[in-house]
Design a protein around this ligand. Structure first.
Ligand SMILES: [Zn+2]
Ligand SMILES: [Zn+2]
Length: 292
């Protein structure tokens, strides 16, 4: 087997060279020619740019970057609560989930990669993205030894339009990798345990308050027996304001889930959502207190 691998390695390089010369294709992110045969049309250099966000200085509950502040926005105070630092919003109103973690910041190459999967339907990037999502999930603290793994759902119409559900695809790959990374955990796949009752308008241009209203009642638990009394790990591609994570958590807890943990591939940090300003942040705090 090892010998075959060595032979394959030696052969691959000329095969790559010939194939790439005959069928030149470019990286879908940076447009450079691909030098190696690969199922995913992304070059090694772009994959290497996907670094995890530094773990220090993040809110221990929602993963928000702490200590944000410059002349345009107020400095966000950090408050020690037990051994974790919380952001101001979590300090004022704790989210209903145990903890939310993300692999990287939703910007640059990671953002482009998510768009490649989500809007350009390049499914071949999902496996490696799933591995990064698993890396984030493996870092969740105080995980119980047994977890049900679910994905944030798309509405059936949206899934039909897109031809696939990128979150379920991503979560499936993440689950396989997480089993490898954390053999100590018993992971039960229930990727479609949550359903989406109705299509919600695009969240992109909504304030946090509008997002919460937009999402209220949008989700349901398709199979309560799968999650009743269980700890749930909920996976998604992006955490923006946390409105989706909160609403899904609320739905899962109402259906009997014991606890909910959130892991996403990417997370918007304050720079990305700063246009809402501090009054919107205050609205979010009020919204949270209504949910919690
Ligand atoms: Zn590239
Ligand atoms: Zn927080």
């Amino acid at each position: 087997m090892a010998a075959w691998r060595a032979v394959a390695r030696v052969l691959r390089s000329p095969v790559d060279a010939v194939s790439c010369a005959i069928f030149p294709s470019r990286c879908r992110l940076c447009n450079q020619y691909l030098l190696h045969l690969s199922a995913a049309p992304v070059c090694a250099s772009c994959w290497h740019k996907l670094l995890p966000q530094p773990k220090s200085n993040l809110c221990g509950l929602c993963g928000e970057q702490l200590g944000w502040g410059d002349l345009r926005f107020p400095v966000r105070s950090t408050v020690e609560s037990g051994s974790v630092s919380l952001c101001e919003l979590c300090e004022r109103a704790k989210p209903p989930f145990q903890q939310a973690v993300a692999y990287g910041v939703y910007e640059h190459t990671l953002r482009a990669l998510i768009h490649l999967l989500k809007y350009e339907q390049v499914r071949t990037v999902a496996r490696r993205m799933g591995a990064l999502l698993a890396e984030a999930a493996a870092g969740l603290e105080n995980l119980p030894s047994s977890l049900v793994v679910a994905a944030v759902p798309l509405h059936a119409t949206r899934e039909r339009e897109r031809g696939f559900n990128q979150t379920v695809l991503l979560a499936g790959h993440a689950l396989r990798e997480l089993r490898r990374l954390r053999p100590d955990l018993q992971l039960h796949a229930a990727l479609r345990a949550l359903g989406r009752r109705r299509e919600t308008e695009s969240q992109a241009r909504l304030t946090p308050h509008q997002r919460r209203k937009n999402l209220r009642g949008a989700f349901y638990v398709a199979s309560p027996e799968q999650i009743s009394g269980r700890a749930v790990l909920l996976l998604d591609d992006i955490y923006t304001t946390g409105a989706t994570a909160r609403e899904c958590t609320r739905t899962l807890l109402q259906a009997g889930a014991a606890r909910v943990f959130i892991a996403t591939l990417a997370r918007s940090q304050r720079e990305g959502v700063a246009f809402w300003g501090s009054s919107a942040a205050a609205n979010l705090a009020v919204a949270n207190s209504a949910i919690v």
